[in-house]
Design a protein around this ligand. Structure first.
Ligand code: F6R
Length: 612
């Protein structure tokens, strides 16, 4: 999805902006552009295609300015083209703007501005913004140093939808104004300079000190300061937050792709997630979470709401909440939940899982839950992200920045953190369960067990080489293995473009087995001793019909001989997705590589889905 970078300081802005855009490439985009404040006004250079195409535009060589804004665009309103790329300006180039988000009432605003003498060159929703700012600027008879800010505030008050904006103006050539609403934007503070971005990793190599913005806080940036205002021009006090991410965590570090690196980082990221929340002497605590026994006992339902892989982490951990806490737990897709008037009230706790913390549907579902009186808990990887600021409580996965579009280490960290949360709730509720001490030990073993699993790579690669040309690959599992199968199937389809589905193994006979024909590949996960014999029968049914199989298991399969068996370490089945999904992440990765695809940036996908 679109990315934003900005700089105001004493260095030449262009290389910093280009470097930032390159770091945002993983988000997915189809055009790019920059605008800088030059001696003779604002210069805009933009181009359809990759950042490399932008760099080859002749005009970019002349950019000398030390204040600039930049953008990678993922087309929504209007096709990818030079004209539709950002930055956008008003006709007189008084204002240049980059924008992430969607302006829902842009047609109305375009009509209004048209009647007031403004004309448009692009098909975008964004182009109304610089024109609207100019309209308010020209209308304002008071000439003081807040005039541009007042115009920006008036324009933003007319905008419906979501926006993160960087604005430069010939009327305020030594400053920049930024603001956000329902779309991420952070300011990185350094000595005598400010960096701006939609994503922390893009500017992490320059600073670790950040200002995190709330909706509709207007920021006037100069080289050495950032001033924050509300819409009535009252000054807002804002503290710097230190983001403890290692800048090299956002580099490939010798790996061919970010995804491969992130798969291999999982022992470390899981260790970070566990942190001091679970100690070897069995103490479980969650920092900054004060949920009383009285409150947890009052609950009649827990909802886990999320999208995609994060939702799969919810499916993988729902059984733990039910088993340990004895509270009915439902998992829902955020985009469904938000529109179906869910039955929730103050007796419901709604947990939102989101790696980025910026997913539009998840944020909307969170706001709805609060309106309905439920308490909300965010599980996120990004400090200060939108959902963490909306939710009543937040716990962080601490998996480090995840750059590849396909989520891997964030998923395993989400499952681990949710498992620890379930234990923590059970302990606050003083529910006695023999399972808890064993679970704690099993969770602590996970990082070294993932290390073991990663060693199985060559066998998986060999199988991937055999099947990478297939059109369909199916996944089977029962219980917790079904949840892991869904995640594994999603991973495969998003980076290999092979059609894939996951089925509850027992459901196969009720229709889907009709798809099984000679030569088809079926992957099966079996980690639950109580269910393994049943899944084996289902697997035999597909083998009889000519399927070739890959089995991921930690069970002794007795006299049953299957062709391709990936043996993973034993653990308690309830947390087994942390181990069973890893070889299948590698499976998806190797298939994608065999097909010569862009593993980190699969087609049509964006890392963080900030629009509906
Ligand atoms: C798939 C993937 C997506 C995300 C989903 C939610 O690999 O990454 O399915 O899980 O878009 O994103 P977050 O967790 O940022 O809310």
């Amino acid at each position: 999805m679109c990315g934003i970078v900005g700089y105001i300081g004493n260095k030449k802005a262009k290389p910093i902006l280009i470097n930032g855009l390159l770091r945002l490439e993983y988000r997915g985009y189809d055009s790019a552009g920059v605008a800088t404040v030059e001696k003779n006004g604002i210069t805009v250079v933009k181009s359809k295609g990759r950042v490399a195409a932008l760099e080859s535009v002749k005009a970019i060589d002349s950019l000398e300015g030390t204040i600039g804004i930049a953008h990678t665009r993922w087309a929504t309103h209007g096709k990818p083209s030079d004209e539709n790329s950002h930055p956008h300006t008003d006709g007189k180039k008084n204002f240049a703007v980059v924008h992430n988000g969607v302006i829902e009432n842009y047609n109305e605003l375009r009509e209004f501005l048209g009647k007031n003498g403004y004309s448009f060159y692009s098909e975008t929703d964004t182009e109304v913004i610089p024109n609207l700012i100019d309209y308010y600027y020209q209308k304002d008879s008071k000439d003081d140093d807040k005039k541009v800010l007042r115009a920006v505030i008036s324009a933003c008050s007319d905008l419906n939808g979501s926006f993160a904006l960087e604005i430069i103006s010939t009327f305020l050539p030594e400053k920049m104004i930024v603001v956000r609403k329902d779309s991420p934007l952070v300011i990185g503070r350094a000595n005598g300079e400010n960096y701006i971005s939609s994503d922390i990793p893009a500017i992490l190599s320059y600073t670790k000190d950040f200002y995190l913005l709330n909706d509709l806080e207007y920021v006037v940036l100069s080289r050495d300061k950032a001033e924050f205002y509300d819409k009535n021009l009252n000054v807002i006090k804002k503290d710097v937050v230190n983001i403890d991410w290692n800048a090299s965590a956002a580099e490939k570090d010798g790996y061919a792709d970010f995804m491969l690196k992130e798969i291999h980082e999982q022992p470390k990221s899981i260790r970070e997630t566990i942190g001091s929340r679970l100690t070897s002497d069995g103490i479980c605590s969650i920092e900054s979470l004060e949920l009383s026994k009285e409150y947890l006992s009052s609950l009649n339902k827990i909802y886990i709401v999320a999208c995609g892989t994060a939702m799969h982490a919810g499916l993988a951990t729902k059984p733990l909440f039910e088993k340990l806490c004895h509270i009915q737990t439902e998992v829902d897709i955020a985009s469904e939940f938000r529109y179906r008037d869910p039955l929730i009230d103050e007796k419901t706790l709604v947990i939102f899982i989101s790696q980025s913390g910026e997913t539009a549907d998840t944020i909307a579902a969170l706001k709805l839950s609060k309106e309905k009186g439920a308490k909300t808990l965010a599980v996120s990887n990004v400090i200060g992200s939108s959902i963490t600021r909306e939710a009543d409580y937040t716990v962080y996965t601490h998996a480090g920045p995840e750059i590849a579009v396909a989520s891997t280490k964030a998923y395993t960290s989400q499952v681990v953190l949710m498992s620890i949360l379930a234990i923590y709730f059970a302990e606050v509720l003083e529910i006695n369960s023999d399972l808890i001490p064993d679970l704690k030990k099993a969770i602590l073993k996970l990082p070294s067990q993932v290390e073991e699993v990663l060693k199985i790579d060559s066998m998986i690669k060999a199988f991937a080489k055999k099947v990478y040309t297939e059109k369909d690959i199916f996944f089977l599992g029962r219980g917790i293995d079904y949840a892991a199968a869904m995640e594994s199937s999603l991973k495969l389809k998003e980076i290999s473009y092979i059609h894939s589905d996951a089925y509850a193994a027992g459901e196969l006979k009720h229709g889907s087995i009709a798809l099984i024909e000679k030569g088809i590949t079926v992957v099966s996960i079996m980690t639950d001793p109580a269910l393994t014999p049943k899944t084996i029968s289902n697997l035999q049914e597909v083998i009889t019909r000519g399927a070739k199989t890959l089995v991921v298991t930690n069970q002794d399969l007795g006299d049953k001989v299957f062709d391709n068996v990936v043996k993973i370490p034993e653990t308690i089945s309830l947390i087994s997705p942390v181990l069973s999904v890893v070889p299948l992440q590698l499976f998806a990765y190797h298939i994608s590589k065999e097909k010569g695809l862009d593993v980190d940036k699969p087609r049509n996908l964006a890392k963080s889905v900030t629009v509906e």
